[in-house]
Design a protein around this ligand. Structure first.
Ligand SMILES: [Mg+2]
Length: 109
């Protein structure tokens, strides 16, 4: 799948979420989109705790694959929120690429 097509898919996902919440106050809807990123980040930690059996009461409840899935949820949720903020211009991966280049520059790579 091309990066343009992926960005279009992320924009479509974001549109679907917005349309499903069309009755909400716009500011509340934006806060919900941003809060969802934190919710997904918490799921990463919960999955890692479950994959490593850190909670003796629960034992091993997750796998490494679960942790990886949750990390992808974080990335997708963040990129979809970016599309939400930008009015679904389908440029999320282009912007991610630019961000990566600037970060690598700062790292001297
Ligand atoms: Mg998740």
């Amino acid at each position: 799948m091309s990066t343009e097509r992926i960005s279009q898919g992320i924009a479509e996902l974001s549109r679907w979420i917005d349309e499903s919440n069309a009755g909400r106050d716009p500011e509340a809807a934006t806060w919900a989109r941003l809060a969802k990123i934190t919710e997904e980040a918490g799921e990463v930690v919960a999955a890692h705790i479950g994959a490593t059996g850190q909670n003796p009461r629960k034992g091993v409840t997750h796998t490494r694959a679960d942790v990886e899935e949750e990390l992808l949820d974080v990335a997708l949720t963040a990129l979809a929120a970016l599309e939400h903020l930008r009015g679904h211009d389908a440029r999320s991966l282009e912007l991610l690429d630019d961000k990566l280049r600037r970060t690598l520059d700062r790292a001297g790579r």
